[in-house]
Design a protein around this ligand. Sequence first.
Ligand code: SF4
Ligand code: SF4
Length: 465
Amino acid sequence: MPSKYMIHTKQTPHRFKAVTESGIIAWEEGCLKCAVCVKKGCVYGVYEDRGLDTRQMMDSIDNQCMNCLRCVQGCPKELIHKSVNPEYKAIGDSYWTPDIVAKLWYQAETGKIPVSGAGYPGPFSGPGFDSMWTDMSEIVRPTRDGIHGREYISTAIDLGKTPNHLTFNENGDLERDLHPLIDIPLPIIMRNPDFGSLSEETLKGWAMAARGLGTFMALPGNMITEALEDFRSSLMPLIGPGPQEIDKGNGAIRLLEVPWSEGWEKAVDMARQQSSSAQVSIRLPLHEGVEKKVISLVASGISIIHLEATPHGRATDHASLFLKDGIRSVHQALVEEGIRDGMTLLASGGLSMAEHVAKSIICGADGVMVDFPILIALECRMCRRCTKGLSCPVEIEAAPSSWVASRVINLVGAWQNQLLEMMGAMGIRDVRRLRGEVGRAMFFEELDRTTFESMGKVEEGCELE
Ligand code: SF4
Ligand code: SF4
């Protein structure tokens, strides 16, 4: 049994006060001047410690209030109210919602799994991964606990091609060399997001986190500066078309990526000339009919394919094709061709929650590449000011690399624990066994169809009896 892989997290506070979901509004008009004001009764003392953060122009009360509502209920003139904070509502967009962003901040700060209390308050079903439910039928088995170590659950995956069978010569030696594999202890690779107020310190912090976690940080080759020299074996450079020097300096590059184009063979040859020992991944945008391209790439000897959806988890040409469906159909096509084990399938785009890792793998990916969550871990508010050349409200570019690394390790630690929790509840002890295990999930569209299609079509204007 391999030694147990543990991610060591530690509390890493925000550098700025987080935007809270709600704020206190307390009116003075009509105050009865009670002998003992309810504000004095706040057990957290938030009114006594109240102050204005002049850097952020924020009232400290909103961050300290624990939402017990004691003061709201206790004021005889009902002068104290809790109201939804419009600044919170404005965070992100329809996909990167304020609640998702706030949960990512929490995980990056504490390294812990967010707990929402009893019951599930979310929607019954929704688009993309929200229409997929995982099977937790073994949740009652307390011994199957990967987090607290009662049972070893492996999250390690291999990158590359695994052989269908082994052949030995008369002496019992292997007849041919095995295809080189890279193993990483968790099915998560980090990648540079499309935007962000970044500096060398940010990239160094991400690279430090990748090395500490034993995984890779993918980024454009031209972003690898001297500051990242020591981390080369944990970097996955993206090599564009044209001649490039990629393997100078200490430590060989082990994994690199080439974007798919009509002349991808030439780009791969050039990349291999630069770094002959590196494994090559082809990045392929998710679009309708992508399965054929994947099959032809595998037939041409490509052993790692990265299926990339948009930041909202959809195909580039078809908004109704979600990443989960794209992964399923590519996986199924590879299985039908009998070449599934001849390659590693990575998926990216719109992966915003820990559950998306397990769901992507159930759909057929070997691992995932995570981008915006590692930026949100640094307090990003997804305001996109940096895309317009405006200043970043949380000055991400000024954050020291040690803080960046610690926040990202916390986030990935919380995600790995959630993966262990799900696998423990499913009764699966190796994440490689979870790949394509669609029997461990239910898909709303399929349930809807199988349940109701036998009832026939209901014509418009037809009355049901
Ligand atoms: S809601 Fe509770 S924690 Fe918040 S200010 Fe009022 S008494 Fe204090
Ligand atoms: S907070 Fe806004 S400006 Fe700063 S990195 Fe995030 S999106 Fe860009």
